[in-house]
Ligand binder design. Structure first.
Ligand code: AMP
Length: 112
């Protein structure tokens, strides 16, 4: 079981902000911005590099859920960033695809 499957199963506690049949979203345990939420498909895709064309609908829902959470948390006007880390150089630490929603401060570019 991945770490995030354990969160989905309520074996690990989390501050949940959204759930439906396919997706769970919760606050990151080590926030990198005033708002830092992880949006996680319940079905495990290890990373975006391994996503298949058949995952397209779920990936679309992931993005749309991320923007809705950003809106719900008051980030629409000031803006926000959606991030997916993939693999070692991408900064991935949990091998269960997830979208980061970051906001509440200006973001730097290029990212570190
Ligand atoms: P990534 O580095 O893109 O794989 O993102 C993994 C994220 O999961 C990091 O931002 C961690 O802070 C976060 N994280 C790890 N464990 C937990 C947890 N138990 N609850 C919430 N977030 C977590």
């Amino acid at each position: 079981m991945t770490l995030f499957e354990k969160v989905v199963a309520r074996e690990i506690p989390a501050k949940i902000v959204f759930e439906d049949d396919e997706i769970l979203a919760f606050h990151d345990i080590n926030p990198q911005a005033p708002v830092h939420v992880l949006v996680v498909p319940k079905r495990v895709i290890p990373r975006i590099a391994e996503a298949q064309p058949s995952d397209g609908a779920l990936l679309g829902r992931l993005l749309l859920t991320g923007k809705q959470i950003a809106a719900d948390l008051g980030l629409s006007e000031t803006g926000f960033r959606l991030v997916i880390n993939s693999g070692r150089n991408g900064g991935e630490t949990v091998p269960h695809l997830h979208l980061h929603v970051l906001g509440g401060r200006p973001m730097n570019w290029p990212p570190g």
